[in-house]
Design a protein around this ligand. Structure first.
Ligand SMILES: NC(=O)c1ccc[n+]([C@@H]2O[C@H](COP(=O)([O-])OP(=O)(O)OC[C@H]3O[C@@H](n4cnc5c(N)ncnc54)[C@H](O)[C@@H]3O)[C@@H](O)[C@H]2O)c1
Ligand SMILES: CC(C)[C@H](C(=O)O)[C@@H](O)C(=O)O
Ligand SMILES: [Mg+2]
Length: 364
């Protein structure tokens, strides 16, 4: 059966890392077909809009989207809906992708790259379940002069069903893991967080085998660097999840391995999804061929697992990435001396995938 993958490379290092992910996925699953469309600043240049209708249409004709990154210089004075970043927000909304899974995983051999002491990080394996289609990102916005005062508003809105469904995703996930959920909010200040805490508590009663802790977001930011391994599944609202996931990624040693899946339902129900690195267009390294493609490749593995049901291929890709990170070659974010290029890292991952598929398991 053919798997139809929409590839949206976007801007900056997006095309560099997405090309790597397409190569690896194509090698692991030859039945994938790839069709590309424009998003972000690239689409503004070619179509006059960050998210052309034909890009959405390609997504609708596909089993999954492999996404790079969007953003670029020159948009500081442009309203949010005309910025390149509107493309990713528009896709999340258009496809109802409310559940964003962001694993933070300490790969063996990378402990010394963490800003934390190696013994605090070794074996770290947590998942942030970020609510992705609500909150401050999607509430009404305005910028108006009111009584002579220039006034900007972003509105934080959460509805009960939005909290309930993301809480269920987190508890279901925890059930298949270490059975602990930390719900992160700011309920000492925000009424939306009070509702969040109440509803997550209600859902928790349906999962007596899973423990729940509530934590304020400022404390959570601190605990993530004090003792990151105390976390199993973190569930939180859109903006807190955005910020905490970059922090958790760096705790593992680099943001260059941080993958994500954006789903419209529980991960157990195989279906359409969008898969992307959590990081951005990395303007400081674009065009140099040194970006770490691991996050994009691991996002492709999540795509194989959650949207294609190809568990064996997903695991093969993940093992090949883990072995390459452990043994090298490594890109510049993970190596001080003679780092590999993105292309060299990708070739090493593909070689390990192929070696395994012909029966010769690579050494770990
Ligand atoms: N999903 C997305 O499309 C997405 C996500 C985050 C940021 N952005 C956009 O990207 C642009 C740049 O944002 P930023 O600079 O704040 O964050 P960024 O994530 O692009 O970069 C932050 C730092 O991480 C490094 N980095 C990121 N990915 C890397 C990789 N694969 N390998 C090695 N190093 C890597 C960069 O070099 C940089 O030093 C902005 O326009 C922002 O809106 C887009
Ligand atoms: C580009 C931006 C809109 C996006 C977000 O804030 O969700 C990014 O930072 C992410 O983490 O995916
Ligand atoms: Mg982010």
């Amino acid at each position: 059966m053919t798997h139809r993958i929409a590839v949206l490379p976007g801007d900056g290092i997006g095309p560099e890392v997405t090309a790597a992910a397409v190569q690896v996925l194509g090698a692991a699953l030859p039945e994938c077909t790839f069709r590309e469309a424009a998003v972000g600043a690239a689409a503004i240049a070619s179509h006059g809009t960050p998210l052309p209708q034909e890009t959405i249409a390609l997504g609708r004709e596909s089993d999954a989207i492999l996404f790079g990154a969007v953003g670029g210089p020159g948009f500081d004075d442009v309203t949010p809906e005309k910025r390149p970043e509107a493309a990713i927000l528009g896709l999340r909304k258009a496809f109802g992708l409310y559940a964003n899974l962001r694993p933070a995983f300490a790969f063996a051999g990378l402990e010394s790259r963490s800003p934390l002491r190696a013994e605090l990080v070794r074996g770290l394996d947590l998942v942030i379940v970020r609510e992705l289609t609500g909150g401050l990102y999607f509430g009404p916005k305005s910028l108006e002069r009111e009584d002579g005062v220039l006034t900007a508003r972003d509105t934080l809105v959460y509805r009960d069903f939005e909290i309930e469904r993301i809480a269920r995703v987190a508890f279901d996930l925890a059930r298949a893991r270490r059975k602990h959920v930390t719900s992160v909010d700011k309920s000492n200040v925000l009424v939306s967080s009070q509702l969040w805490r109440r509803i997550v508590g209600d859902v928790a009663r349906e999962y007596p085998d899973v423990t729940l802790a509530h934590m304020l977001v400022d404390n959570a930011a601190m605990q993530l660097v004090r003792d990151p391994r105390a976390f199993d599944v973190i569930v939180t609202e859109n903006l807190f999840g955005d910020i905490l996931s970059d922090e958790a990624a760096m705790v593992t040693g680099t943001i260059g391995t941080a993958a994500s899946a954006s789903l419209g339902g529980p991960p157990s129900a195989r279906g359409f999804g969008l898969y992307e690195p959590i990081s951005g267009t990395a303007p400081d390294i674009v065009g140099r061929g040194i970006a770490n493609p691991a996050a994009a490749i691991l996002s492709a593995a999540m795509l194989a697992r959650f949207s294609l049901g190809e568990t064996e291929a997903a695991e093969r890709i993940e093992r090949a990435v883990a072995a390459t990170l452990a043994e090298g070659p490594r890109t510049a974010d993970l190596s001080d001396a003679a780092p590999a290029t993105s292309t060299e890292f990708t070739a090493a991952v593909i070689a390990r995938c192929r070696a395994e598929s012909v029966g010769a398991r690579p050494s770990r």
